[in-house]
Design a protein around this ligand. Sequence first.
Ligand code: AMP
Ligand code: ZN
Length: 467
Amino acid sequence: MQIYNTLTKRKEEFKSIEPSKITMYVCGPTVYDYFHIGNARTFIMTDVIRRYFGYKGYDVTYAMNLTDVDDKIIKKSNEEGITPDDVADKFIDAFFEDIEKLKVKKANIYPKATKHMGDIIKLIKDLEDKGFAYNVDGNVFYNVKKFEGYGKLSGKNVDDLLSGARIEINNEKDNPLDFALWKKAKDGEPSWDSPWGKGRPGWHIECSAMSMKHLGETIDIHAGGNDLVFPHHENEIAQSEACTSKQFVNYWMHFGFLNIKDEKMSKSLGNFFTARDILKQYSAEVIRLFLCQTHYAGPLNFSEEGLKSTENGLKKITLLAEEVLKGLDNSEGVKPEFDFDSLYASFETAMDDDFNSSRGVAVIFDFVKAVNKVIAENENISPEFFEKAKLFLEKTAVGVFGILDFNSISISSGGSLENELVELFIKMRTDAKTEKNWALADKIRDELKEIGIELKDSKTGTTFKKI
Ligand code: AMP
Ligand code: ZN
């Protein structure tokens, strides 16, 4: 497998630290508002990468941090007259609701900055003891000149940065590029006790502390949007490597921006759509396919037209999936020649090449075309063929991209009131099972059978047929 590594600026053969295991850390949201569809690109493409590692048989331990103490949270709390904790709690709940609707699989760990003050303070103290940090009246700064490798990720040079452009004037710092590890408390702001007095951590140190605590001093993959290469990730390297003298991350991955008219979608520019608003009009599958059609590292323009044409394209996949589900009920038939292996191989070749999802998606469309041809050319096809076709879709479209959901297909294929009612009973039975109300779940299944409807449970959900 090849992965483009921002650190070495080339595609590299991927080799995990431990065989078959991967540690991955992704910079998550600052929880002061609903996230926008640009943030969603980072969350969804990370999800696709993580799912593909699963497809390849890796056991991934994935952490996404939640920045729950920050200037923007404090600003929002002042505007709304609620505590910063309440702001963070509200938008953490909203974050989980939205990623679930987007069918993003949950990370293994969602570390929060406020729950890691001990680890953060310990790390800053260590940097101070080793001479990389200095305290100016309760503010602690990192001395970038002390870290030899500063600039190695972003390709920036400290002297160029110093002589270049506008750098904030701050008389407290030895060097304008030095950044805050610990910020002295201000009135009315959340603060914690520390060896330097009351205060709160800088943003960069949170990620160093939480990544090393949960995943180890050296991890396989660290990812985030392109905007994080400098200074955030550059500073994370400086902090972590100064402390451990070990490589912090083996592969740095960065996601291209989701743009609106070629300009980065961002809260500050006001050119954003929240994911929850887009989800009112388009399914998670449409949104995910729209994003997967472009390689994760390149820019992508967001537009209504783009989503609409994706929706039309997706219909080709869902219509075929309906045919496949119907074909499973065939009693017998011909066994057509079909090279599933070469389609799996093409899919893997695409995805092994730095997660080329646009080519991976194209393989799924090729598959749809080929299966449709088989269906058109044969009167009666064996259910085994459809089993294999379903498995292909389950592994790729459902499992890796999350652009197909067999559960919602039986709903759309029905359309009639009768079918909708059966779907309603299926949903009630699923809920009953979730609540461990087995008696009710069995009653629903048995009563439906009485009236000639048989339910069939599988890993991807429940379908029904008339008997
Ligand atoms: P934030 O909440 O702004 O810290 O962002 C959360 C994650 O979304 C980070 O990994 C950012 O790099 C990423 N991100 C922010 N804006 C965009 C965008 N327009 N396109 C892609 N990723 C983004
Ligand atoms: Zn981070």
